[in-house]
Design a binder for this molecule. Structure first.
Ligand code: S6P
Ligand code: ZN
Length: 188
């Protein structure tokens, strides 16, 4: 049998580098412009096209038995009054879970069940958020530093962005009068 070789990855807790880098995916505003509420604010920022987040995925087979892992960095910022966030997804293999360990910054881990229940966990340095099977998950950076977390999920999990790309999630996270507030998504 050909055994997969063990390996280490090194995370720098100050610089948020990931070594080896793995596959690096950048998501700019233009990759998710339709996901923000304030389309005028989107249009104002599109020429600049800021990087909203990036993630490094270690080179591990997308197969049952393996544990894929990732370091994601969501930059601080807002589009209108809506905080920078990830696209959010369900897993393609719906009955697979995930763990998010926060390394830096603060934010919210917004989850939605297939029955449209919403749960929100606080993310802050040291929090270990558990995303049970079936729940969609999106991270929102509500602070003024990069929100950085390390995630681990089963190799076969895959990503299903479909419904969230069409409808978004039931709640949105905004800043109003200096406060972080969670509101019903008017477009949902
Ligand atoms: C994968 C895991 C993370 C996200 C990443 C980006 O299951 O949850 O690696 O892929 O944080 O988020 P998104 O929603 O753009 O895939
Ligand atoms: Zn996931």
């Amino acid at each position: 049998m050909n055994y997969f070789e063990p390996f280490n990855t090194y995370i720098d807790f100050d610089e948020f580098t990931y070594e080896p880098e793995g596959e690096v995916i950048l998501r700019n505003l233009s990759n998710m412009d339709y996901m923000y509420q304030d389309q005028e604010a989107v249009n104002d920022k599109l020429s600049e096209d800021p990087v909203i987040y990036k993630f490094h995925t270690a080179d591990i087979p997308e197969e049952e038995g393996h544990l894929r892992h990732v370091m994601s960095i969501i930059y601080p910022g807002k589009i209108g009054n809506e905080f920078y966030m990830t696209k959010g997804h369900y897993h393609e293999e719906e009955d697979t879970a995930e763990v998010y360990f926060t390394i830096n910054g603060k934010g919210k881990l917004l989850m939605q069940s297939p029955d449209q229940d919403i749960k929100i966990l606080e993310m802050k340095k040291g929090s270990v958020g558990y995303i049970p099977p079936y729940w969609a998950h999106r991270c929102i950076n509500t602070g003024d530093e990069p929100l950085v977390f390390f995630g681990v999920y089963p190799g076969e999990a895959g990503h299903n962005y479909g419904i969230i790309e069409k409808k978004g999630m039931k709640k949105v996270v905004l800043e109003k009068e200096g406060e972080v507030i969670v509101e019903k998504n008017p477009n949902y």
